[in-house]
Design a protein around this ligand. Structure first.
Ligand SMILES: [Zn+2]
Ligand SMILES: [Zn+2]
Length: 115
């Protein structure tokens, strides 16, 4: 499940509690749900989990997202993977945590080539 940082938790769609999840319900539509309602109505792990906190300033600390494959890198902050071009060399905002990361060009023939 992906996590989303929020400065304030939204209200649960089913009760007055604070929601911690944004997930599909067993009925189909997505809803904000507190842990109790998520237990009752949540239908799986494909949604988002809210974390209370302030996002780190985006301009500082742009970290390199290491490549796990020629066309895939992972966020150094949350581990979210992202498809990138082999010659990608830019900064991007991670979809998982919203932090800015940097990906560098992947050169063919690097040391993990095994043929
Ligand atoms: Zn609730
Ligand atoms: Zn991330």
């Amino acid at each position: 499940m992906k996590t989303v940082r929020k400065t304030e938790l939204p209200k649960c769609d089913f009760c007055p509690e604070k929601a911690e999840y944004d997930n599909p319900t067993v009925q189909g539509p997505w809803a904000n749900m507190c842990p109790a309602c998520y237990g009752k109505y949540g239908s799986g792990s494909i949604g988002f989990r809210f974390i209370l906190g302030v996002a780190a300033p985006k301009k500082d600390k742009v970290r390199i997202a290491p490549r796990v494959d020629e066309d895939e890198c992972v966020c150094p902050n949350c581990g979210e993977s992202r498809t990138v071009e082999p010659d990608a060399n830019y900064e991007f905002d991670c979809e998982g945590c919203g932090q800015r990361c940097k990906v560098r060009t992947c050169w063919r023939g690097s040391d993990d080539e095994d043929f």
